[in-house]
Design a protein. Structure first.
Length: 339
């Protein structure tokens, strides 16, 4: 079986996904969609596939009865995710959607409800740290050292601090929120958000999270750091685990030993994105979605909403309002493609 995949949005992340599709045995890039004609047409020629301006021409109502792809990757700007995910769900297409699932909690809830109504999973969400070797090693260690008691997630970006607190939470810190939920296996039930000003507005955000089992997580985010870094440390019942540092050359010169941090958030995870895409294509072949789910996206968005409210309230703790997890998203109940 050759899986025909369409990609909606071919900026940096979408172009990366498209290239990885072309490199995978058993997958074929059927088409790409992007409103930027110069970018879209050039990449279409580079990948030897069709370029269209609007992905709705392929998966929306005006596409007609037949859909000429087996799966779709959604990597357009965040504000359009809901539109395309809902259209793909209507068509019954497996979806790899970049995070965040949506920018509004109600839209995320609508996607979950639509998927639950189908009775099987279609959405794999781009919380790609579950495929990153450094994070996977931490998760593996926890199987030996027991339940997490405290998680510290540090995330440093090299921006100018001009984003709003809400934007930082939904565009960046949402990754760390999912890391905590994934490593702990627990929902976050309350948050308290502290904001440190700097740059054009906000420099740092610190979110203290209380988990359902009583554990604590602290998310530390710096938007104006000198380099890009992501790390996580977990104190568990029978030990402690810290994610390994990325391998970098040690340079000895002028009486000093130095190492490059780097300011690129993209390149360090290229292999991770390859593994993520391979897993997605394999799941399409198997007829059973895997990886982070639409529910993970909705739950993380609920934490974002509570953290934003806490920031507005000068750090006062806010409860995370989350309904019971639908049975579809409990392991073993995900469902398979209908024959």
């Amino acid at each position: 079986m050759t899986v025909q995949v369409g990609v909606i949005g071919v900026g940096g992340m979408g172009a990366c996904h498209a290239r990885h599709i072309t490199e995978l045995a058993g997958a074929e890039l059927g088409w790409i969609a992007d409103p930027d004609e110069a970018t879209g047409a050039a990449l279409g020629a580079d990948f030897d596939c069709e370029w269209i301006a609007d992905g709705m021409d392929k998966i929306g109502p005006k596409a007609g009865g037949a859909v000429d792809c087996d799966a779709v990757v959604i990597a357009c700007p965040d504000r359009f995710h809901h539109r395309y995910v809902m259209a793909a769900l209507e068509r019954g297409l497996p979806i790899l959607a970049e995070k965040p699932l949506t920018v509004e909690l109600q839209d995320a809830r609508e996607i979950v409800e639509a998927e639950v109504a189908h009775g099987r999973r279609f959405v794999q969400l781009g919380f790609m740290r579950v495929y990153d070797d450094r994070h996977v090693q931490v998760a593996a260690a926890l199987s030996r050292i027991g339940r997490p008691l405290h998680i510290r997630a540090v995330h440093r970006n090299t921006n100018d601090g001009s984003r709003t607190v809400g934007q930082m939470l939904v565009e960046s810190i949402i990754h760390d929120i999912h890391t905590v939920r994934w490593l702990s296996g627990q929902e976050i039930v309350s948050v308290a958000t502290s904001v440190v000003p700097g740059g054009a507005g906000t420099r740092m955000i610190l979110v203290t999270c209380r988990l359902a089992d009583g554990a604590i997580a602290v998310l530390e985010f710096d938007d104006i750091a000198t380099g890009y870094e992501v790390s996580v440390e977990v104190t568990a019942e029978r030990g402690n685990v810290i994610a390994a540092e990325p391998l970098r050359a040690a340079v000895r010169t002028d009486g000093m030993v130095t190492g490059e941090i780097g300011d690129d958030w993209f390149t360090p995870f290229l292999d991770t994105y390859r593994v993520e895409m391979r897993d997605f294509v394999s799941s399409v072949e198997a007829g059973a979605s895997c990886g982070p789910s639409a529910w993970d996206g909705y739950a993380a968005q609920a934490v974002v909403e509570a953290a934003t409210a806490s920031a507005v309230a000068d750090g006062a703790p806010k409860a995370v309002e989350l309904s019971a997890t639908p049975s579809l998203y409990i392991s073993g109940n995900e469902g398979r493609a209908r024959s």
